[in-house]
Design a protein. Sequence first.
Lengths: 133, 133, 133, 133
Amino acid sequence: MEADYSFSEDVKIYDTDAQGIVHYSGYYRFFTDAMQEFIKWKGHSFPIIDQNKWMVVLESNAKYIKSARLGDTLKTSLNVSLVSKKILRFDFDITCKDETICKGYILHICIDKNVWKSAEMPQDFIDSLIKKV
Amino acid sequence: MEADYSFSEDVKIYDTDAQGIVHYSGYYRFFTDAMQEFIKWKGHSFPIIDQNKWMVVLESNAKYIKSARLGDTLKTSLNVSLVSKKILRFDFDITCKDETICKGYILHICIDKNVWKSAEMPQDFIDSLIKKV
Amino acid sequence: MEADYSFSEDVKIYDTDAQGIVHYSGYYRFFTDAMQEFIKWKGHSFPIIDQNKWMVVLESNAKYIKSARLGDTLKTSLNVSLVSKKILRFDFDITCKDETICKGYILHICIDKNVWKSAEMPQDFIDSLIKKV
Amino acid sequence: MEADYSFSEDVKIYDTDAQGIVHYSGYYRFFTDAMQEFIKWKGHSFPIIDQNKWMVVLESNAKYIKSARLGDTLKTSLNVSLVSKKILRFDFDITCKDETICKGYILHICIDKNVWKSAEMPQDFIDSLIKKV
């Protein structure tokens, strides 16, 4: 499947740990960078969409296939899908030299931050993310 | 189910983000702290067990139920189970004021770090973690 | 000089980097932990003191003398001093096995967060931190 | 003074804290990114130069002038200077919308990592960093 977006960056020294590889939670930094850059490219802010609507995380998951090391260039590809008008799912695939090294997903729910209750995402936000057929 | 171990600590300012709550990847810090303190209490080092055997992460998962904020005292309870002689699973339950706010799990595989191939965990390491009936 | 407070914790795997030692910015985590625990002990919140008064950082500095490694128990001692009614200085000394491995300081200024301008710290906050002679 | 290099990136959600601004230690991430990208551009690895020579941090300092927020584009400019054949100094200036918001410096010393003693930097590494007149 073709990705909706991909973002490349190098592994930094602070991403690594004493095992000489990227620390497992460091991959969530790559996921986050790809989401934020993708949504900026779509013309919106993330995860704070506007003064009222915020996206907060419901679930995060990553499967680690191969290790990445200092200086490796990683390409994080993502696909976005609408679970409901309130819930957004991102699927990730991180490659290093064209080989998948990590796969994962993040589920976000939209909230009205003034009452901290779930709410529908703004329609123009949804429209910008989801391709029409 | 009774937890094998629990570790309490306060949410620090660097755990939070501009939404005023703990950033989703911050919960992996609490998971990691609980694992490392648990295994220290069992008399071993983690995730670098010894000069040859290292535990590396295969999968991480967290489900977020309620938000935690600056200064909240969180209690991370864990249960450990043996998937095989090479693979260890930790299940986590984080509570704030006796209410579960996050649940998750981490799968580790043991490697021989000299050849970077999977290997059995040291027997005394296994014995220290798993309760006999 | 006797420290006003000290806080001990172990180096976690995420504090280390591919050089096998604590990453230089990781020591600011130990500084932050010691400040937050100290001020909690004094009966206040930090760095968000209350709904109006926040402490924000003006300057940070650390000198690295010896490296710390995974599992090392570090003791962070701090001394607090009043630069003015608006500015607080913390001096830090981190020891590992009774040897100083890192020294540093952090300067905070108090702001009224509603107007984001410098302001005097609450008097009871000052009184709690500074020893009377 | 003209900068030797500059690197731009957006403030990510994990760089911010509950005060809604970049956490003070987050600026060291921007310093580190600029250093690593600069030295990659010069054809070398950093801070692990090669199998024997590593750069480790002696001192870090940052002065905070104005706050940065989620989504702000920051430009980190750096100048490098040779304190000795063993010690390298980086000076940083971070701007947001052409205004300086943070200034700082980092001192690194070269070590022979096999004996963990100070050592001269490789000559081709020095030559690549320092402009000839």
